[in-house]
Structure formats: C-alpha cells, structure tokens
Unconditional design. Structure first.
Length: 103
C-alpha cells in the first residue's frame, strides 16, 4: 500500500516505514506530523484519486531530524569587467519517517 502526498510544493510517493526528506517543517525530532494533502491512495483494491485531494485521508509521520542540505555555490563572473560574485546556499530540510497510512 502506498500514497502520494503533497508538501512543500512537491509530491512524494510514500509507503509505511519510508524515510523521506522534505522542505522544513515545524517541530522537534520525535514530534508527529500529519500530511492532509493526499493525492492518491493505492492498496489491495482499486486506487483512489482525489480531485485534487482525497477527503478525510491523512498520512502521519514522525520527524527524525532537522538538517540542512549540501552547499550549493552560485558563482557569476563577467569577463574583462573585473566583476564577480560568489554566494553559497544550504537549504533547511526535515527528515520524516512515515508511520501510518490511511486504510
């Protein structure tokens, strides 16, 4: 059984006990989070699709860790102009373990 959820502007296909990395969610490690935006559910029977979301369906997960992604360097140089700019960025991320899928 798996579900497709939407969080942080992205869609994730999740099953029970999956560990996913999503954009920052509020909470501390050990807290539970609920994803109400369920787009699709697939199980033993026919898959259910939402328009756009399935009413009453929610996926529950547990925050494992608040972390940061790899450093990304943005470097721009204009040749012969004595002009360059270097900036770094690290995205804040949350690692979530999926615990409960709707039936």
């Amino acid at each position: 059984m798996f579900a497709v959820i939407k969080t942080g502007g992205k869609q994730y296909s999740v099953a029970a006990n999956d560990v996913i990395t999503v954009m920052t969610l509020a909470g501390e490690p050990g807290d539970t989070v609920t994803f109400d935006n369920v787009l699709m559910l697939s199980g033993a029977g026919e898959p259910r699709f939402g328009a756009p979301f399935i009413e009453g369906a929610a996926v529950t997960g547990e925050i494992v860790e608040q972390t940061r992604g790899p450093k990304v360097i943005s470097f721009k140089k204009r040749r012969r102009q004595n002009s360059k700019r270097k900036r770094g960025h690290r995205q804040d991320l949350t690692i979530v373990k999926i615990t409960v899928l709707p039936a």
